[in-house]
Design a protein. Structure first.
Length: 259
Protein backbone atom coordinates (compact mmCIF):
# COMPACT_ATOMS: atom_id res chain seq x y z
CA UNK A 1 0.00 0.00 0.00
CA UNK A 2 1.15 3.54 -0.73
CA UNK A 3 0.69 6.56 1.55
CA UNK A 4 -2.68 7.45 -0.01
CA UNK A 5 -4.06 3.96 0.64
CA UNK A 6 -2.95 3.97 4.28
CA UNK A 7 -4.51 7.40 4.82
CA UNK A 8 -7.85 6.20 3.42
CA UNK A 9 -7.70 2.98 5.49
CA UNK A 10 -7.14 5.01 8.66
CA UNK A 11 -9.87 7.50 7.71
CA UNK A 12 -12.44 4.76 7.04
CA UNK A 13 -11.52 2.87 10.22
CA UNK A 14 -11.82 6.04 12.30
CA UNK A 15 -15.19 6.96 10.75
CA UNK A 16 -16.57 3.43 11.17
CA UNK A 17 -15.46 3.30 14.82
CA UNK A 18 -17.21 6.60 15.53
CA UNK A 19 -20.30 5.45 13.61
CA UNK A 20 -20.57 2.22 15.61
CA UNK A 21 -20.14 4.10 18.88
CA UNK A 22 -22.62 6.78 17.83
CA UNK A 23 -25.25 4.35 16.49
CA UNK A 24 -25.35 2.28 19.66
CA UNK A 25 -25.28 5.10 22.20
CA UNK A 26 -27.61 7.66 20.66
CA UNK A 27 -29.82 5.68 18.27
CA UNK A 28 -28.87 8.05 15.43
CA UNK A 29 -27.70 6.64 12.13
CA UNK A 30 -23.96 6.25 11.79
CA UNK A 31 -24.37 7.44 8.19
CA UNK A 32 -24.55 11.04 9.40
CA UNK A 33 -21.12 10.61 10.93
CA UNK A 34 -19.49 8.75 8.04
CA UNK A 35 -20.95 10.18 4.82
CA UNK A 36 -19.95 13.86 5.22
CA UNK A 37 -16.37 12.86 6.08
CA UNK A 38 -15.86 10.19 3.40
CA UNK A 39 -17.38 12.17 0.50
CA UNK A 40 -14.53 13.81 -1.36
CA UNK A 41 -12.09 11.05 -0.44
CA UNK A 42 -14.12 8.17 -1.93
CA UNK A 43 -16.44 8.26 -4.99
CA UNK A 44 -20.14 8.59 -4.12
CA UNK A 45 -20.85 5.09 -5.49
CA UNK A 46 -18.28 3.81 -2.96
CA UNK A 47 -19.50 5.91 -0.03
CA UNK A 48 -23.15 4.84 -0.26
CA UNK A 49 -22.67 1.02 -0.25
CA UNK A 50 -19.87 1.10 2.36
CA UNK A 51 -21.85 3.32 4.74
CA UNK A 52 -25.13 1.50 4.09
CA UNK A 53 -23.59 -1.94 4.73
CA UNK A 54 -22.43 -0.74 8.14
CA UNK A 55 -25.79 0.94 8.79
CA UNK A 56 -27.54 -2.32 7.91
CA UNK A 57 -25.28 -4.23 10.30
CA UNK A 58 -26.23 -1.87 13.12
CA UNK A 59 -29.92 -2.21 12.25
CA UNK A 60 -29.75 -6.01 12.37
CA UNK A 61 -28.14 -5.91 15.82
CA UNK A 62 -30.78 -3.54 17.17
CA UNK A 63 -33.80 -5.16 15.44
CA UNK A 64 -34.37 -7.82 18.11
CA UNK A 65 -35.14 -5.13 20.69
CA UNK A 66 -37.07 -2.70 18.46
CA UNK A 67 -40.00 -4.50 16.79
CA UNK A 68 -42.46 -2.64 14.55
CA UNK A 69 -46.13 -2.96 15.49
CA UNK A 70 -48.41 -4.55 12.88
CA UNK A 71 -50.35 -1.31 12.38
CA UNK A 72 -47.16 0.63 11.65
CA UNK A 73 -45.85 -1.68 8.92
CA UNK A 74 -47.86 -0.15 6.02
CA UNK A 75 -46.26 3.23 6.83
CA UNK A 76 -42.79 1.67 6.64
CA UNK A 77 -43.60 0.11 3.25
CA UNK A 78 -45.00 3.38 1.85
CA UNK A 79 -41.89 5.31 2.87
CA UNK A 80 -39.53 2.71 1.42
CA UNK A 81 -41.43 2.33 -1.88
CA UNK A 82 -41.41 6.11 -2.40
CA UNK A 83 -37.70 6.30 -1.56
CA UNK A 84 -36.90 3.55 -4.06
CA UNK A 85 -38.31 5.75 -6.85
CA UNK A 86 -36.18 8.82 -6.08
CA UNK A 87 -32.96 7.18 -4.87
CA UNK A 88 -31.52 6.57 -8.37
CA UNK A 89 -32.27 10.19 -9.32
CA UNK A 90 -30.33 11.33 -6.25
CA UNK A 91 -27.35 9.12 -7.12
CA UNK A 92 -27.28 10.42 -10.70
CA UNK A 93 -27.40 14.08 -9.64
CA UNK A 94 -24.87 13.48 -6.86
CA UNK A 95 -22.38 12.16 -9.41
CA UNK A 96 -22.68 15.38 -11.44
CA UNK A 97 -21.69 17.64 -8.51
CA UNK A 98 -18.14 18.46 -7.44
CA UNK A 99 -17.36 16.25 -4.38
CA UNK A 100 -16.45 19.24 -2.22
CA UNK A 101 -19.72 21.02 -3.01
CA UNK A 102 -21.50 17.76 -2.21
CA UNK A 103 -19.56 17.58 1.06
CA UNK A 104 -20.74 21.11 1.91
CA UNK A 105 -24.36 20.19 1.14
CA UNK A 106 -24.23 17.07 3.36
CA UNK A 107 -22.54 18.97 6.19
CA UNK A 108 -25.18 21.72 6.08
CA UNK A 109 -27.93 19.06 6.12
CA UNK A 110 -26.40 17.38 9.19
CA UNK A 111 -25.91 20.75 10.91
CA UNK A 112 -29.55 21.78 10.34
CA UNK A 113 -30.85 18.41 11.54
CA UNK A 114 -28.69 18.56 14.69
CA UNK A 115 -29.73 22.15 15.40
CA UNK A 116 -33.38 21.15 15.12
CA UNK A 117 -32.86 18.36 17.66
CA UNK A 118 -31.01 20.71 19.99
CA UNK A 119 -33.67 23.45 19.89
CA UNK A 120 -36.61 21.01 19.93
CA UNK A 121 -39.31 23.29 18.48
CA UNK A 122 -42.83 22.18 19.39
CA UNK A 123 -44.11 21.31 15.91
CA UNK A 124 -46.79 18.64 15.55
CA UNK A 125 -47.85 16.86 12.35
CA UNK A 126 -50.64 14.42 11.61
CA UNK A 127 -49.23 11.40 9.79
CA UNK A 128 -50.94 10.52 6.51
CA UNK A 129 -50.37 8.44 3.37
CA UNK A 130 -49.50 11.44 1.11
CA UNK A 131 -47.00 12.68 3.71
CA UNK A 132 -45.47 9.20 3.97
CA UNK A 133 -44.92 9.22 0.20
CA UNK A 134 -43.50 12.75 0.26
CA UNK A 135 -41.09 12.00 3.12
CA UNK A 136 -40.07 8.72 1.51
CA UNK A 137 -39.30 10.52 -1.75
CA UNK A 138 -37.18 13.08 0.09
CA UNK A 139 -35.34 10.37 2.02
CA UNK A 140 -34.51 8.45 -1.16
CA UNK A 141 -33.26 11.56 -2.95
CA UNK A 142 -31.18 12.65 0.06
CA UNK A 143 -29.68 9.18 0.41
CA UNK A 144 -28.74 9.04 -3.26
CA UNK A 145 -27.22 12.50 -3.42
CA UNK A 146 -25.72 12.90 0.07
CA UNK A 147 -25.21 9.38 1.44
CA UNK A 148 -27.89 9.36 4.17
CA UNK A 149 -31.68 9.58 4.15
CA UNK A 150 -32.71 8.87 7.73
CA UNK A 151 -32.79 12.43 9.12
CA UNK A 152 -35.81 13.57 7.12
CA UNK A 153 -37.76 10.50 8.30
CA UNK A 154 -36.63 11.11 11.89
CA UNK A 155 -37.88 14.71 11.76
CA UNK A 156 -41.22 13.62 10.29
CA UNK A 157 -41.85 10.92 12.90
CA UNK A 158 -40.58 13.05 15.79
CA UNK A 159 -43.08 15.79 14.91
CA UNK A 160 -45.97 13.29 15.10
CA UNK A 161 -48.03 12.27 18.11
CA UNK A 162 -46.59 8.73 18.09
CA UNK A 163 -44.89 7.60 21.28
CA UNK A 164 -41.11 7.16 21.34
CA UNK A 165 -41.30 3.34 21.26
CA UNK A 166 -43.19 3.37 17.96
CA UNK A 167 -40.98 6.09 16.46
CA UNK A 168 -37.75 4.28 17.33
CA UNK A 169 -38.95 0.96 15.89
CA UNK A 170 -40.29 2.49 12.66
CA UNK A 171 -37.18 4.61 12.16
CA UNK A 172 -34.83 1.68 12.75
CA UNK A 173 -36.62 -0.48 10.17
CA UNK A 174 -36.86 2.37 7.64
CA UNK A 175 -33.13 3.12 8.00
CA UNK A 176 -32.32 -0.58 7.48
CA UNK A 177 -34.57 -0.65 4.40
CA UNK A 178 -32.96 2.51 3.03
CA UNK A 179 -29.55 0.95 3.62
CA UNK A 180 -30.50 -2.12 1.59
CA UNK A 181 -31.91 0.03 -1.23
CA UNK A 182 -28.78 2.17 -1.19
CA UNK A 183 -26.55 -0.89 -1.60
CA UNK A 184 -28.64 -2.30 -4.47
CA UNK A 185 -28.85 0.95 -6.46
CA UNK A 186 -25.18 1.80 -5.91
CA UNK A 187 -24.21 -1.57 -7.38
CA UNK A 188 -26.50 -0.85 -10.36
CA UNK A 189 -24.78 2.50 -10.96
CA UNK A 190 -21.31 1.05 -10.45
CA UNK A 191 -20.77 -2.23 -12.30
CA UNK A 192 -17.63 -2.91 -10.26
CA UNK A 193 -17.62 -4.28 -6.72
CA UNK A 194 -14.26 -2.66 -6.04
CA UNK A 195 -15.74 -1.01 -2.92
CA UNK A 196 -16.28 -4.44 -1.31
CA UNK A 197 -12.73 -4.94 0.10
CA UNK A 198 -13.10 -1.69 2.06
CA UNK A 199 -15.69 -3.45 4.22
CA UNK A 200 -12.76 -5.46 5.58
CA UNK A 201 -11.72 -2.21 7.24
CA UNK A 202 -15.18 -0.86 8.03
CA UNK A 203 -16.84 -3.90 9.61
CA UNK A 204 -14.24 -4.58 12.36
CA UNK A 205 -13.99 -0.89 13.27
CA UNK A 206 -17.79 -0.45 13.36
CA UNK A 207 -18.16 -3.61 15.47
CA UNK A 208 -15.51 -2.40 17.91
CA UNK A 209 -17.29 0.93 18.32
CA UNK A 210 -20.63 -0.85 18.80
CA UNK A 211 -19.21 -3.21 21.46
CA UNK A 212 -17.47 -0.39 23.31
CA UNK A 213 -20.70 1.65 23.29
CA UNK A 214 -22.67 -1.36 24.61
CA UNK A 215 -20.21 -1.61 27.50
CA UNK A 216 -20.58 2.10 28.30
CA UNK A 217 -24.37 1.79 28.16
CA UNK A 218 -24.45 -1.33 30.35
CA UNK A 219 -22.20 0.19 33.02
CA UNK A 220 -24.34 3.34 33.13
CA UNK A 221 -21.39 5.73 33.10
CA UNK A 222 -23.45 8.45 31.42
CA UNK A 223 -27.18 9.21 31.60
CA UNK A 224 -29.35 8.86 28.49
CA UNK A 225 -30.09 12.60 28.31
CA UNK A 226 -26.38 13.47 28.47
CA UNK A 227 -25.58 10.90 25.79
CA UNK A 228 -28.23 12.39 23.53
CA UNK A 229 -26.97 15.94 24.06
CA UNK A 230 -23.36 14.85 23.52
CA UNK A 231 -24.37 13.13 20.27
CA UNK A 232 -26.07 16.28 18.99
CA UNK A 233 -23.09 18.48 19.86
CA UNK A 234 -20.77 15.98 18.19
CA UNK A 235 -22.81 16.14 14.97
CA UNK A 236 -22.76 19.95 15.05
CA UNK A 237 -18.99 20.13 15.53
CA UNK A 238 -18.39 17.41 12.95
CA UNK A 239 -20.47 19.30 10.37
CA UNK A 240 -18.61 22.57 11.02
CA UNK A 241 -15.20 20.88 10.70
CA UNK A 242 -16.22 19.28 7.40
CA UNK A 243 -17.48 22.63 6.11
CA UNK A 244 -14.19 24.29 7.04
CA UNK A 245 -12.10 21.58 5.34
CA UNK A 246 -14.24 21.74 2.19
CA UNK A 247 -13.82 25.51 1.99
CA UNK A 248 -10.03 25.14 2.24
CA UNK A 249 -10.03 22.47 -0.47
CA UNK A 250 -12.22 24.55 -2.79
CA UNK A 251 -9.93 27.57 -2.43
CA UNK A 252 -6.87 25.35 -3.07
CA UNK A 253 -5.40 26.26 0.33
CA UNK A 254 -5.28 22.59 1.25
CA UNK A 255 -4.88 19.26 -0.58
CA UNK A 256 -5.77 15.77 0.63
CA UNK A 257 -5.38 12.31 -0.96
CA UNK A 258 -8.40 10.74 -2.66
CA UNK A 259 -9.24 7.32 -4.07
Amino acid sequence: MNTVDWFLVFLLAFCALLAGLFRRLSGFGGAMVMAPILIGFFPLVFVIPIVMCLELLGGIWLAKNWRVEKGDRPRVFRILIASALTLPIGIYLGQQIDPQYLKIITSVAVFCFSLYLLLQPHIRLTLSTPKDHLIGSGAGFLLGSCGFGGPIVALYLSASTLDYRHIRAILSLVVSGLALLGIVFSIMFNDSLSWLPWLGVGFPAFTLGFIFASYIDKMGFVTESRLRRFSIYFLLVNALINLFISMLLLTKQMTLPTL
